[in-house]
Write a protein that binds this ligand. Structure first.
Ligand SMILES: *[C@@H]1O[C@H](CO)[C@@H](O)[C@H](O)[C@H]1NC(C)=O
Ligand SMILES: *[C@@H]1O[C@H](CO)[C@@H](O)[C@H](O)[C@H]1NC(C)=O
Ligand SMILES: *[C@@H]1O[C@H](CO)[C@@H](O)[C@H](O)[C@H]1NC(C)=O
Length: 359
């Protein structure tokens, strides 16, 4: 081992003296400035999502900086995100939101974003994302009995949501709750049959008791009083067919919108596309047959990706070609033959580090 280290040092020494001082290199994916830009982008993405959950940064996949003027740049970022347990209506700041584990059936988001940087200030220009659940095979490999995500319009899921909301409303002394959207649903088949659901709700102007008399008259509270919440529920069916229902609903309380989340004051959680009435309430047609709310529906600006801005040359060489060129330059410089494959590659500028896990 010592000999190897010594050998590496020996090989490295002449290289360091031979390479001429490079101009300030391209921004790497793990540079603090790149992370700052990614943070602005993730906050923007969550603030402008209308459905599903907040996403957290897993990795900066790539970054391109295109100088625009003396003090400003256009920055293109490719980001890998992971779904958290915080619904987009939750007031919990993203830093406090838990990223769902791999075994919980992770959902990954891929985003291209375009920002303007003037001095040290970033502003978002465009975002384009899509999100998808990890493949069932991947989960089953590490956890054969884990419940898997199922379609949001699955009949058992709708039945469970209806039963859970009815159960909550029949017991609460507080406001009568209405369903806004089903967030995710999982079904486990072995060793027991269990349906897990999560859904967003909103308080109406009725107490649960008033709703019993005339549920049609119960309206969602107006914007200046809106009160959203979130429920988790499970139904376990035992072998003798008896069912065990557990429901937990929390209201977030009225929230004042902020620049980061301008949509909070609106019941914007219903899709504008055609909506199908179900026993559980509304299931937007765009999620029918899908297991997750796709970020694509809130972030679909084609100008967010560099490839759509063909006037820009590819400004940054890939790490590989930079390393290759360095080797070539060194080889040119001192014609001493050296063992092939012994040059330790510089840490590649991109992709950056993985913050949670690879999927
Ligand atoms: C977020 O986490 C920090 C540190 O754990 C804690 O001090 C803070 O109260 C939390 N905020 C919320 C809104 O949960
Ligand atoms: C709720 O609002 C609707 C529409 O404004 C109204 O007709 C109804 O009486 C209200 N219900 C209660 C219990 O205040
Ligand atoms: C869910 O939606 C898909 C796509 O529209 C449809 O093919 C499927 O039959 C639906 N499932 C149920 C249970 O309604």
């Amino acid at each position: 081992m010592k000999a190897l280290v010594a050998l590496i040092l020996l090989v490295q020494l002449p290289i360091h003296t031979a390479v001429p001082a490079a101009p300030p290199g391209p921004l790497g994916c793990d540079d603090p400035e790149s992370e700052e830009a990614a943070e602005v982008a993730v906050s923007y993405i969550n603030g402008r999502s209308h459905h599903g959950y907040k996403f957290a940064l897993n990795r900066i996949e790539n970054i391109r900086v295109i100088p625009e003027g003396l003090n400003s740049d256009i920055i293109f970022l490719e980001l890998d995100l992971l779904e958290t347990t915080c619904h987009i209506l939750s007031p919990t700041p993203l830093e406090n939101c838990t990223v769902r584990s791999f075994a919980e059936h992770a959902v990954e988001g891929d985003c291209d974003v375009k920002l303007l940087r003037v001095g040290r200030k970033f502003s978002m220009l465009a975002s384009k994302c899509h999100s998808h659940a990890d493949s069932s095979e991947d989960i089953l490999q590490v956890c054969p009995d884990c419940p898997l995500l199922t379609s949001l319009n699955n009949t058992e899921v709708l039945t469970t949501v209806t039963a859970a909301l009815n159960d909550h409303n029949s017991k609460t002394a507080d406001a009568y709750l209405r369903l806004l959207e089903i967030g995710r649903a999982k079904i486990q088949y072995h060793p027991a049959h269990i349906v897990y659901v999560e859904f967003a709700v909103a308080a109406t102007n009725c107490s649960a008791k008033e709703a019993k008399d005339n549920v049609e008259a119960c309206q969602l509270l107006p914007d200046d009083q809106s009160n959203y919440g979130f429920c988790t529920a499970t139904i376990a069916t035992t072998q003798d067919k008896s069912q065990d229902l557990r429901v937990d609903c929390q209201l977030y309380g009225h929230q004042v919108p902020t620049p980061d989340s301008p949509f909070l004051s609106r019941p914007g959680v219903t899709y504008s596309q055609s909506v199908q009435d179900t026993p559980a309430g509304m299931v937007p047609s765009v999620v029918q047959g899908f297991t997750n709310h796709n970020l694509r529906f809130s972030h679909n600006n084609p100008f967010a990706s560099e490839s759509s801005s063909s006037e820009f040359p590819t400004a940054v060489l890939s790490a590989k070609s930079v390393a290759k060129r360095a080797v070539a330059e060194v080889a040119q410089h001192d014609k001493v033959p050296r063992p092939v494959g012994f040059l330790p590659p510089p840490p590649p500028p991109c992709p950056g580090k993985i913050r949670h896990f690879r999927i």
